[in-house]
Write a protein that binds this ligand. Structure first.
Ligand code: 4GX
Length: 267
């Protein structure tokens, strides 16, 4: 998959795209990511990319011509590339959308700064507008990185041969079960005995139950949307009997180290 990122701050992308899983995907050639500096597509001496809004008002708006030329330069190589603008006005980004985008061969991501882009960029060039969440960033760059990261996980080979994003329990509308590694006891908190038992069917059942429990406690909205199997419905009944009014973030399946009040207050 090829992704061209149009931005005024290409340096912001260098380390996220070089590190870890994404870095390896780029090295392996599974992902071809190019950052393009919109300022390189200005024609004036001072390389102006923004201007005051018509009609007055606060701040600056990104000018249409440099963005248009930048997009056209990419489209000249591949007219079928799909152009996405990251904005709080876009459709909410989620796992299904990430999976759908991962089937595209070429994306162009436009990162806005200031008060956004001239509306004519939208009308003429943007195929899809996406928001990564209901908050306001200082620019579209971090949103583009989030999108690239989540989409890349669906590209075969990116996560390594033994893992796939389709297997994530989030993909099944549930939160993940809790994980533990050594030591078996830390500050009096023990790893649940079943995980030490070597009984694989008991472990699998515990994990399915805890995934249901975490989802029911923290994200009942996800649970309402999930299509549960009969077994999962049974597990939900079980956890609902035990889950009395506890506040979600403090819950620890391990044992009584699960009632730390500190975690219960947001701030
Ligand atoms: N999910 N931002 C876009 C510029 C802007 C301002 C006003 C349109 C109107 C964001 C998000 C996000 C910050 C990117 C403002 N564009 N992008 N930028 N949330 O907050 O995607």
């Amino acid at each position: 998959m090829r992704i061209d990122i149009l931005t005024l701050f290409p340096n912001m992308f260098s380390s996220p795209l070089r590190e870890s899983i994404l870095g390896r995907a780029v090295e392996k050639g599974l992902l071809q990511i190019q950052t393009i500096n919109i300022r390189d597509f200005t024609l004036d001496k001072h390389q102006v990319v923004d201007d005051a809004p018509y009609g007055g008002g606060q701040g600056m708006v990104m000018k249409v011509e440099p963005i248009a030329r930048a997009i056209e330069s990419v489209k000249a190589q591949n007219p079928s590339a799909r152009t996405i603008y990251l904005t709080p006005q876009g459709k909410p980004f989620h796992q299904d959308l990430a999976r759908r985008l991962s089937t595209q061969s070429h994306l162009i991501l436009l990162c806005g700064r200031y008060e956004g882009i001239d509306e004519r960029v939208r009308e003429l060039f943007i195929d899809e507008e996406i928001s990564i969440g209901d908050y306001v960033l200082t620019g579209g760059e971090l949103a583009a990185m989030v999108l690239v990261d989540a989409v890349s996980r669906f590209i075969p080979g990116v996560l390594g041969s033994d893992r796939s994003a389709e297997e994530d329990s989030f993909f099944n509308s549930l939160l993940e079960y809790p994980q533990y590694t050594r030591p078996v006891e830390f500050k009096g908190c023990r790893v649940p005995e079943v995980l030490l038992s070597g009984n694989h069917s008991a472990i699998s059942l515990w994990r399915r139950r805890e995934a249901i429990r975490q989802t029911s406690l923290r994200r009942p909205d996800l649970l309402a949307k999930a299509s549960l199997t009969d077994e999962e419905k049974g597990l939900l009944e079980e956890v609902l009997e035990v889950n009395q009014p506890m506040i979600a973030p403090a819950y620890r399946p391990g044992r009584d180290c699960g009632m730390r009040m500190k975690d219960k207050n947001e701030f």
